[in-house]
Design a protein around this ligand. Sequence first.
Ligand code: PRP
Ligand code: URA
Length: 208
Amino acid sequence: MKNLTIIQHPLVKRDLTLLRDRKTPSNVFRSILRRTSTLMAYEVTRNLPLKNIKVRTPLESTSGSIIGKPVVLVPILRAGLGLVGGFVEVIPDARVGHIGLYRDEESLKPVDYYFKVPRNLKQALVLLLDPMLATGGSGAAAITYLKEKGAQRILYVSLVAAPEGVRKVVKAHPDVMIYTCALDRELNRKGYILPGLGDAGDRIFGTE
Ligand code: PRP
Ligand code: URA
């Protein structure tokens, strides 16, 4: 699908299987999600620009690299929090914003309750983090908000996506690249991804 990259790494596929498994308890789910998000960060940041610097080894000077663009992580609460730890592990300088959205159970429309993002989004690479891209309503709304705050380069990082949701986000924001670990079959009548992994927030925080 247009604008969609599916992360195909074998370790990610192994982890996603564990995350899908209904028998995986919350504490294990959390730690696997953290590990998976580190692997996802590795794939998503593949094209990060670098700046050359000089570095002195104990023996001589040589050239080295630093990340050439500030990175801002923006998890969508709650479930997006499950991806933050793994990304911060490999991008320790990243600043972190938060967007609070939940889906109304009847209408499936996103309801917003919290927004706090760092200044100067214009220069940054913004990584929007949410494990589940279902109808795409939450993601599309979050991207609109980030653009209103000045973001110009946004990557949307999800763990599992539904085709309907990807289409919706691409239509609303054709400039945003989407990363996911699996493009699942469809949504059920309640807007859950099939086969999916259930309610990501509940599984991370043990609120089922
Ligand atoms: C989940 C998920 C996404 C949203 C995806 O959050 O984390 O934010 O649903 O659905 P959509 O693509 O149809 O908008 P939820 O609303 O369950 O809130 P929670 O993370 O607080 O549990
Ligand atoms: N939100 C979730 O947490 N899971 C789904 O399958 C769909 C939306």
